[in-house]
Design a binder for this molecule. Structure first.
Ligand code: 8YV
Length: 328
């Protein structure tokens, strides 16, 4: 890779400040129109680039990677999740992969908490009622939701985001339960007064709210399968700000439709940007277009991470946010 000015191809429009800095530092090709790249355009990009900066909307699977040119040495993903990239194949081909961890934790946890509040308290339904001019004055039995204080939340995946959700949830009076590959450090458990469940099945059966905060990997695909969803109490709510693929979306939609589950708050979908049409028709769901980390500050921080990863790599050092297979 040319030491100082690698050819960096960016697949989507990034914040202006980030694009400007990238152009100062590297030979950077931007996508100012922000039109998603077709597979052919993506292949063309990886044949030329020294560094590719993709996002979650670019599927970089083995079919794409086998076409990579000899110069491609780094894929600096603009995003935390790397389920859009076949990391194993990339590494086998000598391509380093980096991501942007840490900087979208608080924003994503905020949005998770917003959904945890919005669904049981019927926030969107209330807004819709008002807009439809159905509000004829307060009534004791109108628009009743459910209290969240004192209820149990089960967090699936207690990494950075899961812990940030737990801190917020605790402040709202929820009791914290979690399932993770292994328990978190005892001082974190103590701080959060959190209960660890080795068995996801056992935890699910006892929770009032379930929040999905784990990455999508082969091991977590449909972790909330039709069978596991059936373990939930009919009064339970499901919130997902991680990846749609972690839940069997069709099974979830069916259960919400029949009242086998109380409601769901979903920021991510199994076949994005498509959303299961059944979900769109339901009143007991709050659906968002994958905007958990969508703050300007967060996007700039993500861009800064991408720049640091490229710059350290181009300078011959190990970039700080390398994705290693053990993480997947
Ligand atoms: C990002 C995300 O905005 O970083 C992630 O894993 O899910 C998003 O919130 C998106 O991935 C950008 O590539």
């Amino acid at each position: 890779m040319p030491a100082n000015k690698p050819l960096v191809i960016v697949t989507r429009k990034l914040p202006d400040a980030i694009e400007t800095r990238m152009r100062e530092l590297f030979d950077t090709r931007l996508n100012l129109e922000d039109k998603p790249l077709s597979q052919a355009e993506l292949i063309e990009a990886i044949q030329k680039a020294d560094v590719l900066v993709p996002t979650v909307t670019d599927r970089i699977d083995s079919k794409v990677l086998v076409r990579a040119g000899p110069n491609l040495k780094l894929i600096a993903n603009f995003g935390n999740g790397v389920d859009n990239i076949d990391v194993k194949t990339a590494l086998e081909r000598g391509i380093t992969v980096t991501n942007t961890p840490g900087v979208l934790t608080e924003d994503t946890a905020d949005m998770t908490m917003a959904l945890i509040l919005a669904v049981p308290r019927r926030l969107v339904e209330g807004v819709d009622e008002l807009k439809a001019e159905h509000f004829k004055g307060w009534a004791p039995s109108w628009m009743l939701g459910h209290r969240i204080w004192g209820k149990r939340i089960g967090i699936v995946g207690m990494g950075r985001i899961g812990q940030a959700v737990a801190r917020r949830a605790k402040a709202f009076g929820l009791q914290i339960h979690y399932h993770n590959r292994k328990p978190v450090h005892s001082h974190i458990e103590h701080e959060l007064e959190a209960t660890y469940w080795e068995s996801l099945d056992q935890m699910l059966a006892r929770m009032d709210i379930v929040s999905v905060n784990c990455p999508h990997t082969p091991a977590t695909y449909h972790l909330l399968s039709a069978r596991r969803l059936k373990l939930l109490k009919p009064s339970a709510y499901v919130v997902n700000t991680a990846r749609g693929e972690v839940i069997d979306e069709n099974a979830l939609a069916r259960m919400l439709e029949t009242g086998a589950l109380a409601g769901a708050g979903l920021d991510v979908f199994e076949h994005e940007p498509a959303v299961n049409p059944k979900l769109l028709k339901l009143r007991n769901v709050v659906l968002l277009p994958h905007m958990g980390s969508a703050t300007l500050e967060g996007r700039i921080d993500m861009g800064e991470k991408v720049i640091v990863n490229i710059k350290t790599f181009a300078d011959g050092h190990k970039p700080p946010d390398r994705v290693i297979p053990a993480m997947l």
